[in-house]
Design a protein around this ligand. Structure first.
Ligand SMILES: Cc1cc2nc3c(=O)[nH]c(=O)nc-3n(C[C@H](O)[C@H](O)[C@H](O)COP(=O)(O)OP(=O)(O)OC[C@H]3O[C@@H](n4cnc5c(N)ncnc54)[C@H](O)[C@@H]3O)c2cc1C
Ligand SMILES: NC(=O)c1ccc[n+]([C@@H]2O[C@H](COP(=O)([O-])OP(=O)(O)OC[C@H]3O[C@@H](n4cnc5c(N)ncnc54)[C@H](OP(=O)(O)O)[C@@H]3O)[C@@H](O)[C@H]2O)c1
Length: 748
């Protein structure tokens, strides 16, 4: 938490250091520029900027500028502020460090010898050795022009700050809503129905019925994308509209600027400055939202995938601003005839590099590529983002605004340190690997799962629904990759004497397939792993009167942990709880019981009612037994050891239930044992019907006023549940009963 606090502090530090300097700068620059009309008796050394060097190092010139600043000082632009700007300018460009006291002395001294050209028109203006009183009406004219320029820079920073404040305030408000509404003391009927309505209209709805499953535009695979929810869309529309306003409004253009010339040139320069600085101000949030350790996730109660959606849209806004910045600036250089010279300058080349990386990131992040080669996408993404930030830093290192880049790099480094600390706390552990139900020739019913059991340190704490990133320390298993997996921590719920976390992996096409292949081909049964976490939202599912858990396949560990916690919260053996917990688990074939039987059986004699839907395999058990035998060929010796170890431990009352565990029993026996409290049904669960049934039952029981609905599994299933709940809440079908959807599946 310390580190996350630091993240926020560093963010606010950026806000604090963002300089708003239009007034003092415009005065300082107009006095400085007035001083350039005169030729002083001073030859600057080679290799310096003569403009600044003479002004800062030749006393008569410096004294004249100080007196000019004093003459035009007022309440809005105090003398001290202008002196500070002059000192800053001299330090950065004039090779001289000056204090305010020195500058004031310099002014006092100059006032003794100052020449007023109005009263002495014949004064020799070459090889000046005395301070000069500038023509203040000329100064005022230039000041206006400078002011417009600097005010635009100020606006750019200010508007960027506003977007940060927007995100901060909005996420705190969403957090207040999420945290307060999830609590028990808000169970009033009228409030329930208001919350339901708000959720039905804003929070829950999808845009086109898809959210976790990608939507395709006109059925074209390349135009596939993950769509935000309605609430996220509102947040993004407000953000984008504000960005449009911030980058297009409040330009102060005059007919003929002594600095930039005609309005066209002024627009080119001002739009380029505005969009460039605005793009920089978006960097810290961009990185914060894309990181794993983001305090705003805890504050808002929003999941990581929502922040990834925000991350994507902020990056799009930033990229667009960068493109406009580059385009306008190049046009500006062309009209001022300085384009060719600029091509050779470092700031320009680093700008080009940053823009190039930024555009490449946009292309390589397209969902089509990301979905197919996630790891390649990730490595390239991180590499390009790093080069992009380096490019940004050197693009502006001489002109300011690099603090935005430094803050961004700081956030990134802090996230990495925090990740390292997380990994260190868990330590290197040896995980046991087992494959259940290996791939078969029948692709339709094949349902392989790798169970990974990892001993956990005694001090390491998890919570239901949390997930970890797993690193496999094996050269064949791409040890540099880390993949997110939900865990089931048996210690917390049932007082398991062996502190273990279990992960149930569905092999896909990348590392998970490599693990599967390694187990099958090399017969490996253990591997060293690193565990980073726990991550994810802590849902207070224990607070709900009724808990309904809709699960598909390997989505089971999180929802199961919630059910298990609701059991362990009761005095052991107390079945009289008014709370109802209903677990609906859809699996392809009964072979899934091979890897989850030992967990499921623990719900026996509890108030959790379990229904298992078997969608593809036959409910006649003979076929399934064959497949279970084939997988157990590999794992039997291990499991026997583990089981006998568990059976020895009969001191703990809770662990007595483990006597019925056995991974050596057939599926038929497993089904038989489970069917005392589990209902087995052939076919897919009917989400709509189940919801109606639960809502009806709940509305008839006066004690029930809140339903927690947990989902995890195939994305289409989770989207179905979301749409069904949103529809019911909109129609006000739920009456007094409040429904909170707690979606555990995350896709990004
Ligand atoms: C919070 C969370 C919890 C998860 N829990 C489980 C679980 O308990 N059991 C389980 O079987 N699966 C779980 N998954 C999915 C699991 O992370 C992916 O299936 C796995 O990373 C795929 O690895 P691969 O290299 O084989 O993937 P590939 O075949 O290369 O990619 C398949 C898909 O997985 C996703 N993916 C791949 N790598 C990552 C990554 N590093 N981060 C995020 N997404 C990635 C991409 O969408 C990709 O399209 C979870 C995912 C998330 C986000
Ligand atoms: N927190 C997380 O993000 C998280 C956690 C754990 C797991 N996961 C991921 O979640 C996924 C779980 O899927 P899986 O591959 O294990 O599932 P699966 O085997 O493909 O399907 C599981 C069951 O769900 C059913 N199903 C699919 N779509 C449905 C729908 N729309 N309505 C009702 N039932 C439906 C299937 O029925 P049919 O046979 O008829 O298709 C099947 O019985 C995995 O990809 C895993 O990686 C994510």
């Amino acid at each position: 938490m310390l580190i996350t606090n630091l993240l926020v502090v560093s963010l606010f530090n950026v806000l604090a250091t963002a300089k708003l300097f239009a007034k003092p700068s415009s005065l300082m620059f107009s006095c400085l520029s007035a001083s350039q009309k005169f030729q002083y008796d001073f030859v600057p050394p080679s290799g310096v900027i003569p403009y600044w060097y003479v002004a800062c190092n030749y006393e008569p010139a410096l004294g004249s500028i100080v007196l000019c600043l004093e003459a035009d000082a007022d309440r809005i632009c105090p003398f001290s502020n202008s002196l500070e700007m002059l000192a800053l300018g001299c330090k950065a460009q004039g090779d001289r460090t000056l204090t305010q006291t020195y500058l004031m002395e310099s002014g006092k001294n100059a006032s003794k010898y100052i020449k007023n050209l109005a009263s002495d028109p014949d004064f020799n203006l070459t090889q000046l050795t005395t301070p000069i009183m500038f023509n203040m009406s000329e100064v005022a004219n230039k000041k206006n022009s400078y002011y417009n320029f600097f005010d635009n820079l100020d606006d750019s920073t200010k508007f960027g700050d506003f977007t940060i404040i927007y995100w901060g305030v909005l996420l705190v408000l969403i957090g207040l809503f999420n945290h307060i509404s999830a609590h028990n003391y808000l169970k009033s009927i009228s409030l329930n129905s208001k919350l339901n309505q708000w959720k039905a209209l804003v929070v829950l709805p999808t845009l086109s019925s898809n959210h976790l499953s990608p939507a395709r535009f006109r059925g074209i695979a390349f135009f596939e994308a993950l769509l935000p929810l309605r609430q996220e869309t509102f947040v993004l529309i407000a953000y984008i509209l504000s960005c449009v306003y911030y980058t297009t409004s409040n330009y102060k253009i005059i007919a003929n600027s002594p600095l930039f010339g005609n309005p066209y040139r002024q627009y080119l320069r001002f739009i380029s400055d505005r969009t460039g600085i605005f793009a920089f101000t978006q960097l810290p949030l961009l990185i914060l939202f894309g990181g794993r350790n983001n305090i705003l996730m805890t504050i808002s109660g929003l999941p990581f995938n929502t922040f990834i959606i925000f991350h994507k849209w902020i990056s799009r806004v930033m990229m667009l601003c960068a493109v406009v910045h580059a385009h306008q600036f190049v046009l500006y250089l062309e009209v001022t005839g300085t384009f060719r010279r600029s091509l050779g300058e470092l700031y320009f080349q680093f700008g080009e590099l940053a823009l190039f990386c930024c555009l490449l990131i946009m292309v390589q992040s397209v969902f089509y590529f990301r979905k197919r080669c996630y790891e390649l996408f990730l490595v390239l993404h991180i590499f390009l983002a790093f080069i992009f930030l380096i490019g940004c830093y050197f693009h502006v290192s001489k002109i300011g605004y690099s603090e935005w880049v430094l803050a961004t790099l700081g956030l990134w480094i802090l996230d990495r340190i925090w990740r390292f600390v997380n990994i260190y706390q868990f330590g290197i552990q040896t995980a046991q690997l087992r494959v259940f139900h290996p791939r078969s020739s029948d692709a339709d019913t094949e349902d392989p799962t790798i169970k990974v059991s990892i001993p956990k340190p005694a001090t390491w704490r998890s919570y239901p629904g949390c997930f970890v990133y797993l690193y496999f320390l094996d050269p064949h298993l791409k040890f540099w990759e880390s993949h997110p997996f939900t865990i089931y921590d048996s210690t917390d719920q049932f007082g398991d004497p062996t502190p273990m976390i279990n992960i149930y992996i569905k092999p896909k096409c990348g590392t998970t397939k490599a693990i599967y292949d390694q187990i099958m081909s090399r017969d490996i049964t253990s591997v060293k792993v690193l565990v980073e976490g726990p991550y994810g939202h802590k849902a207070h599912t224990e607070d709900y009167d009724q808990l309904l858990l809709f699960v598909g396949g390997n989505g089971i560990p999180g929802p199961f942990s919630h059910s298990a916690r609701s059991v362990s919260n009761l005095p052991y053996g107390d079945l009289e709880s008014s709370k109802k917990v209903e677990l609906v688990w859809s699996i392809k074939t009964l072979s899934a019981l091979n890897w989850f039987y030992d967990e499921l059986i623990q719900l026996k004699d509890t108030h959790v009612s379990v229904t298992v839907y078997v969608t593809r395999g036959d409910l006649s058990l003979a076929d399934e037994d064959d497949s279970s035998t084939s997988s157990n060929d590999i794992i039997e010796p291990e499991i026997l050891t583990e089981t006998s170890h568990l059976l020895k431990d009969d001191t703990d009352k809770k662990s007595k239930k483990r006597e019925v565990f056995s991974s050596t029993i057939t599926i038929a026996e497993k089904v038989h044992n489970l069917s005392e409290f589990v209902t087995f049904i052939k076919g897919r669960p009917d989400v709509e019907q189940k919801l109606d049934q639960v809502i009806k039952e709940c509305s008839q029981v006066s004690k029930i006023s809140t339903i927690g609905l947990v989902t995890c599994g195939p994305s289409s299933m989770c989207d179905n549940v979301r749409n069904s709940v949103a529809r019911r809440l909109r129609r006000n079908d739920t009456g007094k009963v409040r429904i909170d959807l707690l979606e555990e599946l995350q896709v990004w």
